[in-house]
Design a protein around this ligand. Structure first.
Ligand SMILES: Cc1cc2nc3c(=O)[nH]c(=O)nc-3n(C[C@H](O)[C@H](O)[C@H](O)COP(=O)(O)OP(=O)(O)OC[C@H]3O[C@@H](n4cnc5c(N)ncnc54)[C@H](O)[C@@H]3O)c2cc1C
Length: 108
């Protein structure tokens, strides 16, 4: 089709700049941090901030990574981390008097 260009009626493009402007995605990087080197795969920043106590990270730039399924998982892990940090310490199970190990009945 040598004349294909002259047949185009309308043309639209979605560039990284458009994505940045339209969706507020930094520099149009739809999957956030580059997925190579130290950020490869699920090796994204952890969901519990090591620097700020009480700060939890969730989203495409946090563990386990971008894309809707992973982002949902990220929120779940962040919420779970918060839950663990705020939970009251568990009561110690009674010790077995002969082995000094938790009594089997106490380990459920
Ligand atoms: C065009 C496009 C197509 C995609 N297609 C797919 C796909 O097919 N499948 C898939 O799994 N993933 C897809 N993704 C990726 C997926 O959308 C992202 O991985 C996911 O949305 C990231 O979730 P998030 O919560 O980290 O960030 P976002 O969903 O980007 O949410 C961040 C929110 O923060 C807001 N915000 C930003 N800055 C500020 C500020 N300063 N103050 C207040 N609010 C702020 C933004 O407006 C936005 O609402 C696509 C992404 C794009 C852009």
């Amino acid at each position: 089709m040598p004349d294909i260009e002259s047949r185009i009626v309308t043309e639209a493009a979605l560039t990284p700049q458009d994505i940045h402007d339209r969706y507020r995605v930094l520099n149009g990087a739809i999957y956030g941090l580059a997925s190579h080197g130290k950020w490869l795969g699920a090796f994204k920043p952890g969901n519990r901030s090591p620097d700020v106590k009480g700060l939890y990270l969730a989203g495409g730039a946090a563990h386990p990574g971008p894309g809707m399924p992973m982002v949902l998982m990220s929120g779940w892990i962040a919420a779970d981390s918060l839950d663990q940090d705020r939970a009251a310490p568990r009561a110690q199970p009674p010790l077995n008097q002969y082995t000094a190990a938790p009594s089997p009945a106490a380990v459920v």
